[in-house]
Design a protein around this ligand. Structure first.
Ligand SMILES: O=C(O)[C@@H](CO)OP(=O)(O)O
Length: 345
């Protein structure tokens, strides 16, 4: 059966949540095995891949395979079982992490946490610059927090990508929202990058510090106290989250939702926040709670990891020391870039 049929079928299936089967297949809406068995034909050759679903795993995998792309094939995503098979053998995946560009409260030096503020003009420029730096790295799926500064950053960065796919936000706030945002053309779907938004990737909740000026708070409570609230691992600010608490939900989300996609060969970009990304980097780089204290992330600087054989290999920023250095690291990244070069010739 052609991938077209699968996409059409997926577009027509009912929500997993509504029938109790649970499990979101990021980027392609909800699907339930019950709906499939009701009448849609499924090519078992496609029943493989790296997606996941808490109860009805196999159906979710159908979607993952239909849109599966590895580092080396993301220019032309394979739509058959054979190509998916052959890619899996050499599968490695790129993981890009970007802290959002400067927000309007970064500019004002206010504790922001989960307050949903937009980027400044400088933040917009940083996001565009970040996009240029990753414009040759394959991206098959995007995860952002539910906060607008991270979403703006992801979208603006993708305007610079040479592949020119369109990032499209997956809406799951209600069954209707999901149903109404479906795509019914396989061709169009292939030119889209699903964007999954997750509150678990939000900035740490800063409690009663949210909205306060950082300098004024230091003047009032003392530099040491404020530093402890901002950078200790397990001491929360008043009624807020410690980094440890933030890590609990952000890393759990990463392990449950994002890592399986990487394992399936999907190239992922995550646009999130200083502290949610610090906690994820702590996990990726196996940092201790002491080491993570001194980890600081700049706004709008993308960091690249390669996921291979279950391991995360840190590449640093695609901007430094040289772009060539980054591409020299994996053959597949170099091949992807070559394909992009060939496309524009
Ligand atoms: O205010 C915030 O939400 C964060 C990130 O800007 O601040 P901090 O550097 O203290 O973690």
């Amino acid at each position: 059966m052609a991938a077209t049929t699968i996409h059409q079928a997926v577009g027509t299936l009912q929500s997993c949540r509504s029938n109790g089967n649970s499990g979101l297949c990021p980027g392609y809406g909800h699907v339930s095995l019950r709906s499939v068995s009701k009448g849609f034909k499924v090519d078992v050759g496609l029943l493989r891949g790296g997606s996941y679903c808490s109860k009805k795993r196999s159906t979710c995998v159908i979607q993952a395979s239909a849109s599966h792309a590895t580092v080396s094939d993301a220019v032309s995503a394979p739509s058959s079982a054979n190509s998916s098979d052959s890619k899996k053998k050499t599968s490695e995946a790129a993981l890009i992490l970007i802290r959002h560009g400067e927000s309007m409260w970064n500019e004002k030096n206010l504790f922001t946490g989960c307050v949903d503020v937009p980027l400044t003009k400088k933040g917009v420029e940083e996001a565009v610059e970040a996009g240029k730096r990753i414009s040759n790295i394959p991206v098959d799926m995007i995860y952002t927090s539910s906060l607008i500064r991270a979403q703006m950053t992801a979208m603006l960065a993708m305007t610079q990508h040479r592949r020119k796919k369109v990032p499209t936000i997956i809406h799951e706030e209600s069954e209707q929202a999901g149903a109404w945002s479906q795509i019914f053309s396989e061709e169009t779907n292939k030119q889209c990058i699903p964007v999954v938004t997750a509150w678990q990737l939000n900035e740490r909740m800063y409690g009663e510090l949210q909205g306060l000026n950082k300098q004024e708070t230091a003047d009032r409570y003392g530099k040491e106290q404020v530093h402890e609230w901002r950078r200790s691992y397990d001491i929360p600010p008043p009624n807020g989250e410690s980094l440890e608490m933030c890590a609990e939900r952000a890393v759990a989300y990463f392990k449950e939702h994002i890592e399986p996609q990487l394992a399936g060969g999907k190239n992922i970009m995550i646009a999130a926040h200083g502290n949610s990304l610090r906690s994820i980097i702590m996990y990726l780089d196996k940092l201790t709670s002491q080491e993570v204290i001194s980890l600081e992330l700049s706004t709008g600087i993308p960091m690249l990891y390669i996921f291979k054989e279950g391991k995360f290999i840190r590449r640093g920023s695609p901007a430094a020391p040289t772009e060539a250095g980054v591409y020299a690291y994996t053959k597949t990244l170099a091949q992807y870039r070559q394909k992009l070069d060939n496309m524009v010739q």
